[in-house]
Design a protein around this ligand. Structure first.
Ligand SMILES: [Zn+2]
Length: 286
């Protein structure tokens, strides 16, 4: 599942390529979860690429945005001549001649470049929305994420103090804090030495400050390594995402804690998601 660093990585790379381009043709190959009228897109120019939490927005010159939510398996591939750039969920489709079976939407620019939206499992969605409807449509995706200037430790403290739920669920609640998925939630709690089940409203100011820094650090490391994806993530320039080689605790069940504190990483389920922690440096306080 593409996480915030992967979406931000493709946003930055597509921004370099498609801003200023004009759409010449739009083909919808599978209408499920694709809400747009190709006629309304033809002749429109791309004026910017934005991101809200894990949602990617291609801004157009008619005060509309093409909104992409990749969910589990959404991916974008841009192709022109022999150049191909890829982002989102990594599959063998990244390397196959396009379109593929999973292609739902093709946007062709008048200069010959083509943007393919593929989604194997089909949970992702794409919508053409007027900009004044975005706030309502995206109200469940917080504008504040760990890369936002508004993400202060005081903001984190505010959302922690209002909830007794396990801290891992609080930092993954997309309505309050955008973009923190399972990998980065696990790793930032390890960085901050906080047990994933610790009730949110029992964290001290000191722990919240540590967690605030840890969330920023984990997401920025993800960006640095061009986003994590378990096996073969490649960013739009074809470089392999390397964050998976730098997981702190995620996916390390049964291995020694990287702090060499004698702890062996355990895995539990929190909110249905696999949750990893070190029983030595992330103790549950009662
Ligand atoms: Zn440890």
């Amino acid at each position: 599942m593409p996480e915030l660093p992967e979406v931000e990585t493709i946003r930055r790379q597509l921004e370099d390529i498609i801003v200023g381009k004009t759409i010449g043709k739009v083909t919808v190959l599978a209408s499920k979860n694709i809400k747009l009228d190709p006629e309304n897109l033809i002749g429109r120019r791309v004026v910017g690429l934005h991101r809200q939490a894990k949602v990617l927005l291609i801004k157009l010159d008619n005060n509309h945005s093409l909104v992409f939510h990749f969910k589990m398996t959404g991916q974008l591939i841009y192709e022109k001549d022999s150049q191909r750039v890829r982002g989102g969920h990594p599959t063998a489709d990244w390397y196959k001649p396009l379109p593929v079976k999973a292609t739902k939407l093709i946007i062709e620019f008048i200069d010959g470049g083509k943007l393919y939206y593929n989604d194997q499992r089909g949970f992702g969605w794409v919508e053409d929305l007027p900009n004044d409807k975005l706030a309502e449509r995206l109200k469940n995706f917080s504008l504040i994420d760990p890369l936002s200037p508004q993400f202060t430790w005081e903001y984190l403290a505010k959302i922690c103090r209002s909830s007794r739920r396990p801290i891992k669920l609080t930092i993954m609640n997309q309505k309050e804090l955008g973009g923190v998925g399972n990998i980065y939630a696990n790793d930032s709690l390890w960085l901050a030495r906080i047990h994933p089940l610790q009730p949110s409203n029992t964290l001290s100011d000191k722990e919240i400050k540590h967690l605030h820094q840890a969330l920023i650090q984990a997401i920025q490391e993800g960006l640095k390594y061009n986003g994590a994806t378990i096996s073969t993530y490649l960013d739009t320039k074809g470089k392999k995402g390397e964050y998976q080689q730098h997981f702190k605790v995620y996916s390390r069940a049964g291995q020694k804690c990287l702090r060499n504190d004698g702890g062996v990483i355990k895995v539990i389920r929190v909110g249905g998601r696999r949750t990893f922690f070190c029983p030595v440096c992330q103790k549950l306080r009662v």
